[in-house]
Design a protein around this ligand. Structure first.
Ligand code: PHE
Length: 448
C-alpha cells in the first residue's frame, strides 16, 4: 500500500517503523549540487579533484545516496551501538536502508572492484542536525583513497614504493604543526596485529599527510587570490595547518586536519590509514592505503566567503549568477558579494517535557516524550518541516528541572530570516504558532 512504501529517484522502497525521512529531505535527493555547473559546491569539488589526477585517481560522482546500513556502518567497522546509527542522528528509509551519512559508505565496494590505485567519490550526504548558519540536513562530501598492492610493487617492497611516490609529490612551504605521536595505546594502537606493519603504516601516513597538505594549500591559495583580486587592501596572512589526532572506526591512526583561519583553528577534513580489516573484508588483503573525507560546503564557505549554508540551495540568480563561468575556468573564482540581508525576527518557545498534569486537549494522540527520549534533533526537524529554509538558527537558551514536579523545561530561541525577502510579522507569528502546534502534536510537549 502507499503508506508502507516510498519512491525515490524511480526506485520504490518498503518503509517500516524506522522511516523518518521528511518529504523535504527526500526532495533534495536529485538536486546534485556537486555536479551542477558553476555551483560553488561543484567548483569546490573540481578544485579538489584537480589535485588528485588520473590515471592514478578515478572519480565517482553518481553513486546513489540511498545505501544499506551494511555499507554505511557495518562494512566500516561501526559497532552495533554506535550513536551515529540512531534514528535521532540518521535518516532511515527502513531498518536496513538509509540516506548515507558519509561518502565512506562506498569505500568497500570500490576496494572490492579494484579498478584503480586511487579514487575520489563525491556526493550528497544526510544527517539530522542542529539549525544554524553552518548546518543543513543535506551537505556534500568528497572522499579520497589511495592504495598500494604489496604484490604489485618492485621487489615486493611496498614501503619503498610508497616513499618513492611521496618523493614525486611537490613540496610546499606552509607551516605544519604535527604535535601528536601517530600511535596512542588505546585510541590508535599499533596496527601490526591487524595485518600491516608499523613501517607500512608510517609510509602510508607520510604520503597521506603530504597529499592532503598540498590539497589544502591549493584551496587556500585560490581563496587568497580571489580575495586579493577584489580587495586591494587585502593582507595576506601566512597559512598555518595542523594535524590533530582523531578517531574513526575504519582508519588507524586517524587525524583531522585543521587550518588557522580568522583567529580560529578550523577542522577541514578527517582521514587516516585504512584499517587492514576493511581491505581484508573487501577481498584485497594484499593492499594497504589511506583515505580522507572532506565536507564541500565548509570549504566552499571559506573559498567564496558564503555566510549561510542555506544559500547553496538557493535558485536565486543573485546567488548563482556570481559563479558564472568558474567551472570552465577555475581562475575566475571570486568571493561572493552578499546581496541585501533581510531583517531577522526572533521568537522564543518554552515547553515542558514529560506527562502533563492537565489533560492535553484536542488531537494529541502521541505519548508525551519523556526526558530520556527527548532528542534536540527532533525539535530541529519539526522547525524545518514547518518553516522550510526561513529559519536561520534555533538555539537552546534555557533548560531546568522543576524542583517539585521533576519535569524538565526547555526554552529555544528561533531566529526567522528569509534569504530572499522580508517576512511580515503576521507570517512569522503564524509560522511560530505552527511550530508550537507541531511540537505539541509530534512530541507531546506542553507549551509553557
Ligand atoms: N567519513 C568520515 C566522516 O564523515 C571522514 C573520513 C573519511 C575519515 C575517510 C577517515 C577516512 O566524518
Amino acid at each position: 500500500s502507499a503508506a508502507s512504501s516510498v519512491t525515490v529517484n524511480g526506485k520504490t522502497y518498503p518503509t517500516d517503523s524506522w522511516f523518518n525521512t521528511p518529504p523535504k529531505v527526500l526532495a533534495s535527493i536529485g538536486r546534485k549540487l556537486h555536479l551542477q555547473n558553476d555551483h560553488p559546491v561543484s567548483i569546490t569539488r573540481q578544485i579538489i579533484e584537480s589535485m588528485f589526477p588520473g590515471p592514478t585517481f578515478k572519480a565517482y560522482n553518481e553513486f546513489d545516496p540511498i545505501v544499506s546500513t551494511t555499507e554505511n556502518f557495518d562494512a566500516l567497522g561501526f559497532p552495533p551501538d554506535h550513536p551515529g546509527r540512531s534514528k535521532s542522528d540518521t535518516y532511515y528509509i527502513n531498518k536496513d536502508t538509509l540516506l548515507r551519512t558519509h561518502t565512506s559508505a562506498h569505500e568497500a565496494q570500490l576496494f572490492r572492484a579494484a579498478a584503480s590505485d586511487g579514487y575520489l567519490i563525491s556526493g550528497d550526504v544526510y544527517r539530522r542536525d542542529e539549525i544554524d548558519r553552518s548546518h543543513y540536513p543535506v551537505f556534500h562530501q568528497l572522499e579520497g583513497s589511495r592504495v598500494w598492492d604489496r604484490n604489485a610493487v618492485p621487489n615486493g617492497d611496498v614501503v619503498a614504493a610508497i616513499y618513492a611516490d611521496l618523493a614525486r609529490l611537490p613540496s610546499h612551504d606552509v607551516a605544519v604543526e604535527d604535535p601528536n605521536p601517530p600511535h596512542h595505546a588505546e585510541r590508535n594502537p599499533l596496527q601490526a596485529e591487524q595485518g600491516h606493519t608499523a613501517a607500512e603504516s608510517e609510509a602510508v601516513a607520510a604520503h597521506l599527510k603530504r597529499s592532503l597538505e598540498l590539497m589544502v594549500v591549493e584551496i587556500f591559495l585560490r581563496a587568497k587570490a580571489a580575495a586579493a583580486k577584489q580587495d586591494p587592501n587585502y593582507v595576506d596572512e601566512p597559512l598555518r595547518v595542523r594535524w590533530v589526532e582523531a578517531y574513526f572506526p575504519f582508519t588507524s591512526p586517524s587525524w583531522e586536519l585543521e587550518v588557522y583561519y580568522a583567529g580560529d583553528w578550523l577542522e577541514v577534513l578527517g582521514c587516516g590509514v585504512t584499517q587492514q580489516k576493511i581491505l581484508v573484508d573487501a577481498g584485497v588483503p594484499s593492499k594497504i592505503g589511506w583515505a580522507f573525507g572532506i565536507g564541500l560546503e565548509r570549504i566552499a564557505m571559506l573559498l567564496f566567503q558564503i555566510p549561510d549554508i542555506r544559500l547553496f540551495w538557493s535558485q536565486d540568480q543573485r546567488f548563482l549568477g556570481q559563479f558564472a563561468g568558474v567551472s570552465e575556468n577555475l581562475d575566475l573564482l571570486k568571493r561572493f558579494v552578499p546581496f541585501s540581508k533581510y531583517p531577522a525576527s526572533k521568537r522564543d518557545i518554552s515547553f515542558w517535557l514529560g506527562r502533563s498534569t492537565v489533560s492535553a486537549a484536542g488531537g494529541n494522540d502521541r505519548a508525551p516524550v519523556s526526558v530520556g527520549d527527548f532528542h534536540e534533533n527532533d525539535v530541529m526537524e519539526i522547525v524545518r518541516d514547518v518553516c522550510g529554509d526561513t529559519v536561520e538558527e534555533v538555539k537552546l537558551f534555557d533548560a531546568f528541572t522543576h524542583p517539585k514536579t521533576g519535569r524538565r523545561s526547555m526554552s529555544y530561541r528561533i531566529n526567522y530570516r528569509s534569504l530572499e525577502r522580508t517576512l511580515t510579522a503576521k507570517e512569522t507569528n503564524e509560522m511560530h504558532r505552527g511550530v508550537e502546534r507541531a511540537l505539541v502534536e509530534k512530541l507531546g510537549v506542553e507549551i509553557r
